[in-house]
Structures are given as structure tokens and as C-alpha cells.
Design a protein around this ligand. Sequence first.
Ligand SMILES: C[S@@+](CC[C@H](N)C(=O)[O-])C[C@H]1O[C@@H](n2cnc3c(N)ncnc32)[C@H](O)[C@@H]1O
Length: 307
Amino acid sequence: MKQFQAGHRIHLIDHKARHYALTLKVGEVYQHSGGFIRHDDIIGKKDGSVVKLSNGKAMLALYPTLAEYTVKMPRGAQVIYPKDLALIPLWADVYPGARVLEAGIGSGALTIALLRAVGERGQVVSYECREEFARTAMKNIERYLGGPVPNLQLCLENVCEAASLRDEAQHQRFDRVVLDLSEPWQVVPIAAHVLRWGGIYLSFVPTVPQVMQTVEALHQAKTFGLIHTFETLLRTWNIRGRSVRPDHRMVAHSGFITVARKVEKAEWELRGAETTSGTGMDEDFSIATSETEGGEEKSTPSDVESS
Ligand SMILES: C[S@@+](CC[C@H](N)C(=O)[O-])C[C@H]1O[C@@H](n2cnc3c(N)ncnc32)[C@H](O)[C@@H]1O
């Protein structure tokens, strides 16, 4: 059973599902809405307990999920929203043991998601040009992951000016490059150098001009194929009795995710293939639902060449 301990970050949640973050400290008092509760009265209780404030108000005490933690954690830079945070590790295909180059670290939300995906055997090398953001990010990361993180290497440097990344030693050193900074197109040549063959580039930008410049740079780099861009729309629903409808408000736009793979592009194009692609999702879904058996693809009549 997971019990609350001094030093841990928890959330108190009211009846309207509003979250209030606090770090438990022996002897401290948490004040809220005209009432208070001693931290000592929370420490030792189990995750998911109901606690009572001095004014009789009940609140739910929980360890936050990563999504909940990131929206409430102290910020230097704007964090990636949970809807994108959920998708980025999947579309960058970050797997246990992977070596990931990230820039910039910002407030550390994406870094935590990447660290969870690479696991203990993997590594995240993160570049950040602003020291104060890096400091906030490291605090956020270590607090969430419970202490120093040996497989995270922080480089306080502009990733575009990092001479070390252009070294022969860094050639093909990374499996994935994940960028959340304002000018990812500047990093594309570095990504081309440090990614291994078949490696994946992913960047996130909020505006159309940025995504245009990014995709243009990927085409210019002459080594990226299967380039595609998409955004995510997440709409929550109100389900209460017979009142079943979409919520009135949503975070409609956050940014564009662009993904590309390091491939033998010239050779590929020579054979008439397109460098830009869709996500391949439609095809994958139709194969998965109607044409696979035991994980093997079956041919349909139109696939069978007549002899
Ligand atoms: C939007 S924030 C990243 C937020 C982060 N992904 C998160 O989830 O918390 C962008 C960060 O990139 C950093 N940055 C911008 N250009 C950079 C560069 N060329 N090299 C390194 N860091 C850079 C900024 O200082 C800022 O901290």
C-alpha cells in the first residue's frame, strides 16, 4: 500500500475536481478556503484517502498522475499539454533502452515522459539554453521521479551551437531526436548527423509558419523520409444522467507534431516514392481490423497479381 510521506508532492482535490498541489512537510499547515489541515494529519495516510479540513470540508488526497502533475507543477517555460505528452513518446517510438536527444528541457514535462519511456536502460540527453528554466525543470523532474536521475544528462547550451554534437563521436549516437523549441529547423542538420539510420525525428511547434519552415528543412536535409505532420484534438464529455454531451470548452489548439525518419532518401526517391507521407494510420487500422489473422497480413483479391 502506498502511503504519503514527508517530502512527497501530492494533490488535494475538492468536490468540483479542482486540484491543489502541496509538498508534505512535517509540522506544516495547509490553508484552504477558510479551513486548514496539518500536513502531519496527511502523512502516513494511504494514497486515495479522504481528508478533512478544520471547517469540515472533505478533500481527496492523491499522488498525481504525470498528466495531473505537469499541469500543476512550477513552470519556467510553457509545458507540453497532456494530450500531446501522451502522443509524443508513441509517435517518436521511444522504447525502453533508447538513446534520446531532447531540446529544450523547458519545465521538464516532456523530459519526464521520455525518461519513463526509455526506462533505466535508456538515456535522455537534454539541451537547454536558459539556466533558470533548467533549474526549475530539474526540480520538477527529480521531485516526480523521486530523486536524482542517472540516465538524464542535462547540457546547459544552445543545441544549435553545441560543437560536441557535431563530433564524429556523436555520429549516429541517438535513436530518437525530440524537439520542443521555437526554431527546430535550425536543429535539423544536427538531427541528421546524430540520428542512427532508421532513427526518428520529432518536433512540436505551435504555429503554421514554424511548421512550414520545419518541414522545408527536413526536405532540404536530404536524409529524412516519411515526413508527416498532425495535431491532436481532445474533446471531453459531460456524462451525467441523461445529460450526455461534449463539454462546452476544450483546448482546441496546442501545436503541430512533425515526424520524420532517417532513411536513404535519394535512393528512395529515385524509385519514385514520395518523401512526405500521411501517418499511415488509415491503412494500419484497416489491416488490423479486417485483414489480419494471428498477426499476419492476408492478401485481398486486389493485392493478388493476375498471372
Ligand atoms: C516550450 S519550452 C519546452 C517545454 C518542455 N518541452 C516541457 O514540456 O516542459 C522551450 C524551451 O526550449 C528552450 N530553447 C529554445 N531554443 C533553444 C536552443 N536553441 N537550444 C536549447 N534550448 C532552447 C527554451 O529556453 C525553453 O526552455
